[in-house]
Structures are given as C-alpha cells and as structure tokens.
Design a protein around this ligand. Structure first.
Ligand code: SF4
Ligand code: SF4
Length: 433
C-alpha cells in the first residue's frame, strides 16, 4: 500500500470569495431535477434541528441554483449553509424526483475547497492531500495518536483545555494495537470456492478496527470466498470528495483501479462510507481516460452485508442469544439503499433478537470529520441518537461503518448509555457465520 502522488489544487478551488461564482461552478445537471416540492425537508437532520429553509436540501439546492445563475455570490454565507450539510443523503431517499443531492454538494464543495476558518481549512487540506492518500503516513499518524494517548498527555490536556477543544479531543479514537495486515495478498476460500472477491481494507477500518477487518475476511472465507487484499490499495477517497478535494479523490480512485484485479466477482468493503464512495467512481472519473474502467469497478462494489446476503450464508450460524439494535449508516441506507440485508444476516443468527430503534436511518452526527468541524450540530444529533438507542434497552448496537462506530462509542461515554458498539461482521464472526 504505497499511496498516490500529491496533486495540485483543483481548478477554482478555494473560491469562497464572492467573486464571479457562476463562472467558477461546473455545470451541475442534477440541479434541474429538483421541483422544489419540499418532501425532503423533514428527513433532513439539519432542517429538523434548525427549521431553517437554508439548512434544508431544498434551500441548499436553491442557493446553488442562484449561484449558478449568477444571482448570488459564492461567499462564506452560502458556504456555511452548504457545509452544515452532513452529506447523509437522507434527502435522496425521500426525493420522489430522484435528485442526487450528494453529487450537487460534492460539485460545489470541489469549488469551495475544505470547510472552516482559514487555519482549519489549511489543516484539513494538508491532511486530505498529504496524509489520506498514503497508507504508510496514516499508520505513522495513528501510531503517534496511540503514543500520545498512552503517555497520558491527552488526558492532561482534557483537564486544561476549554470545553470546545476538550470535546474535540474526546473524539480522538484509540488506534488498534496493530494496523490490519493480511498474512498474504490472496487468502484462499475455506472449503469449496464459491466466489473470488477483492477486499478494501480501508484507512479507518485498518487503523482503528483491524480486528473487524480480520473478522470480515474470516466470514468471507468461511462462506467460500477467495479474498484478494491488494497491497497497492489506498483509502477510497470519500473524505476527500466530501470535503472539496476532488483532484486528490480522483487520484486515489485511480490508484485503487490500478490495485484491484479485474477478475474478481466483487470488490467488498465493510465500511458503508467507502462502499458509497467507490460506487461513485464512475461519476468521479467521468470524462477521464479511466471512465470505462471506473464504471466497471463501481459496478462490482458491494458492501459486505449486501454481498453475503446475495451469496447466502453457507451454514446456519451458531446460537447466540443476545438482544441488539441496529443503526443504519447513512451511506449504506441512503447512499446504497442497503437496509434489508444486514437485518436478514442478523436474523439468521439463532437466538438473536433485533429491537428496532426510532429513526434508525437518521444520521448520528459523525459524517466523516463533520463531528470535529461542526460540533454543535453533531452533538445535537448524537444526543437524539443515544436517546433512541437507550429506549430500545438493547445492550448492543450494531453499526457497520467506522465513523458511526467511533461516534456511537463516544456518545455512549458522553451520555452514559450502557451499550456496546459492534460491527455486523464481528457479530457474524462470533456466531461462526
Ligand atoms: S430535492 Fe427532491 S424532495 Fe427535495 S425539494 Fe427537490 S424535488 Fe422535492
Ligand atoms: S445530505 Fe443530509 S444534511 Fe445534507 S441536505 Fe440532504 S438530508 Fe440534509
């Protein structure tokens, strides 16, 4: 896993200046699909909290339309409304006209560049360009975080920092003792081979949930999959494309196209955000020489639950009497429309009882680095989510996405909810699925 070359700024990046905005924006055909009916409003988490039209999908689309027609400058005010959006894509599920809001937002963010005040923007840009595409550097960064946490410095800082910074520090996840490293690039199926799959190890999953990656590969292999874990793979690029760094996101997508063999039945991921991003590679690389390859790659991407449910579990899992609730990651439920498959897999475990929470598919406030950049809104949504989890009485919440898992673990500590946060593949692995 060697990383991709550093990239130059996207044309027009950092243009939140109020200058000739209409000329800065690329054509966004998705805008034309919105009929301003407002059916998406009550599904939008930020609108539900603020009740402001400008913080709703319809309002944001109207702002982008006004900018694209030259009626409004692309200034910090517009940028603020667009960056309070979680990119959860709940509005896409609700929209009867099929508006792909995520594509609209990514196109405008590609012009705006990263969010936040100047220092935060510079730091985010630095991390997105010079850290995220390089697995080796990410490992060094994670090791440094781990060392800081073990040294007690983080705890000491928590005592002296002002509350806003203390809250951000509390979000720092604890890295796995060892980053995920498969024993070989090709891991054979156990028993008769039913499929050959590529596995995206993922940056957050490899660094913070290495044991979940191991569990996922075990479940795939037990179910007859030969698993290829290409050494040359990099982060999927989701954080980059969501935060206005489209050029580096494209470079990362191209690196993954080169890394994964074409002769696999599926490219499997256990991270909802990565799956949603890779399913968009065709769109991301449209108009480039790699467009065809990217579209073929995107068509093969499957979430692990989606893939296993379609393949069918080879044997009935062992009895595992437990009560769980399930959090739909936004980029699985809304981004990929995968809702039934994780529930079906949980339902295949004898003795397991699934208690649904209220609004399981509403964002928990994680949204990549949103919880760091927009702590007030993230906290409001997390509080609501933890109340919903508490009301189920379940001692376990299953959430198959690293961002959700980190956020829910933080929420359990923050709001004193006695719940264990687990990945679906971990639960399946424990049951011997
Ligand atoms: S995005 Fe869809 S649901 Fe929302 S206002 Fe536009 S057409 Fe209506
Ligand atoms: S992506 Fe989520 S937060 Fe953003 S406008 Fe749509 S529903 Fe609202």
């Amino acid at each position: 896993m060697t990383g991709v070359p550093a990239v130059a700024a996207a044309p027009g990046a950092g243009g939140a200046s109020g200058a000739p905005a209409a000329r800065l924006l690329p054509p966004i055909p998705e805008l034309d699909a919105c009929v301003h009916c407002g059916l998406c409003l009550n599904q939008c988490p930020t609108y539900r909290v603020t009740r402001l039209e400008a913080e709703s999908p319809r309002g944001r689309i109207a702002l982008v339309e006004a900018v694209s027609q030259g009626r409004l400058p692309l200034d910090q005010g517009v940028a603020g409304h667009l960056y309070l959006c979680l990119m959860c894509r709940a509005c896409e599920t609700a929209c009867p006209s099929g508006v792909q809001y995520g594509r609209i937002a990514e196109a405008v963010r590609g012009v705006l560049g990263p969010p936040g005040p100047p220092l935060a923007r510079a730091l985010v840009r630095l991390a997105l360009r010079h850290l995220m595409p390089f697995p080796g550097r990410l490992r060094v960064a994670a090791a440094a975080i781990g060392a800081l946490q073990r040294s007690g410095l983080v705890r000491a800082l928590e005592r002296v920092l002002p509350p806003a910074l203390r809250q951000r520090l509390a979000l720092l996840p604890a890295p796995s003792p060892r980053a995920y490293e498969p024993p070989a690039e090709v891991l054979p199926a156990l028993g008769e081979r039913r499929a050959r799959v590529g596995f995206l190890a993922g940056c957050a999953m490899s660094l913070f949930f290495a044991e979940v990656n191991e569990a996922t590969v075990r479940v795939l292999r037990r179910n007859g999959c030969e698993v290829v874990v290409p050494r040359g793979q990099v982060c999927c690029g989701a954080l980059n494309s969501h935060n206005g760094e489209l050029a580096s996101a494209r470079a990362m997508a191209q690196a993954n196209l080169d890394a994964f063999p074409e002769d696999v039945d599926a490219v499997v991921t256990n991270a909802a955000g990565c799956g949603a991003a890779m399913k968009e590679y065709g769109h991301l690389l449209a108009g480039t020489p790699d467009a065809g390859r990217a579209a073929r790659f995107a068509a093969r991407v499957r979430d692990a639950a989606e893939f296993l449910a379609a393949l069918g579990l080879r044997t009935t899992p062992a009895r595992a009497p437990q009560t769980v609730t399930y959090q739909d990651p936004c980029h699985l439920a809304h981004g990929q429309r995968v809702r039934a498959q994780p529930r079906a897999l949980l339902g295949a475990i004898p003795g397991l009882v699934l208690v649904e929470m209220v609004a399981a598919d509403r964002c928990c406030g994680s949204a990549g680095i949103y919880n760091v950049l927009q702590p007030e809104m993230a906290e409001a949504l997390l509080r609501e989510k933890m109340d919903a989890i508490r009301a189920t009485g379940a001692p376990v919440v299953v959430a198959p996405n690293p961002g959700c898992m980190l956020q829910l673990r933080y929420g359990a500590r923050r709001f004193g909810v006695p719940v264990q946060v687990r990945h679906l593949m971990d639960v399946l692995d424990d049951a011997g699925a």
